[in-house]
Design a protein around this ligand. Sequence first.
Ligand SMILES: [Zn+2]
Ligand SMILES: [Zn+2]
Length: 349
Amino acid sequence: MTDMQAAQLIQPGEALRIETLPVPEPQEGEVLIKVAACGLCGTDLHLAVDGDLPVEHTPITLGHEAAGTIAALGTGVTNYTVGDRVAMFPSAFCGTCRFCVIGRESLCDRSKVYGMARNGALADYVTAPAHSLIAIPDEVPFDIAAIITDGVSTPYHALRGRGQLQAGESVAVIGCGGLGTHAVILARLMGAGKIIAIDVQEEARERALSLGANYAYDPTDAGFIKQMRADVGAMGVDLALEFVGRAKTAETAIRLLDKTGRCVLVGVGMERPSLPPTVAFVGREQSVLGSFGMNKADIVDLFALVAAGRLDLTNSVSARYPLSRANDALQHLARKEVSVVRVIVEPGS
Ligand SMILES: [Zn+2]
Ligand SMILES: [Zn+2]
């Protein structure tokens, strides 16, 4: 075990290069992980296909949604042993800043995101701080553990942590791709009342309905908000989640709210949504919140739900690729086929 393969970004926006690199040494407080599965997401497309996200340095190994087995321990690591099955938090958070100590790890002041600031898990091996790992229960396979760390925990954080969803409340999900699909599954599991799916693509709406949404609407349909109000039997929903990252969809999400409604923005971009007139927004006591990533606790709790047989994510892995075909995996994701929920790379396969 001296050399390994890694999929590296050399130039943002260009295909990854599969390089032979030395296996990294875990530093103090870190472990070396033999990667079993690494999910890809929109962030990877921004880095390797569109080239519109900054990276701290190149070459850099991509991959921030991963699970595997501990292969070696750095000095000072006492709570894990070689052979333990672990998932990685998507960034190497510090564990000591004021956001880390209150369990808001995605907001860490000294965060090093894998694939942007630190070598990631699209490789046979990756190093990670031991405090950023989450032990995987025996019942949870590596591929499911990997997608939970980002693709499932991001909507869970939006629903639970930021949206404060209460049983019986109505929820609208705007953008039913990978994250939105999981939001529908999770809202149902959390006891939501009526669930509304909003997407321009019919196939995405059909999938949301099959997963438990009560109603699905095409937002390009002029009368859809009126129809939604009639269907939910109220002036709007209690919680609206936006996964697109555009001004127009964010404004739609706010328009869908009833009094006391919360709009949680998860999608990101450079556009600026505007608020309704304050006389309406204030008078209805509405909220607009941002939701960024997840807490470590979100991943722990999702693992428990899968291990207990309450959450079935087996249909979420849409395609698998070996590390040598990491670019094919990215291209598959870039085609934005509605049927694709999550694409996985399996080093060592
Ligand atoms: Zn991601
Ligand atoms: Zn921190």
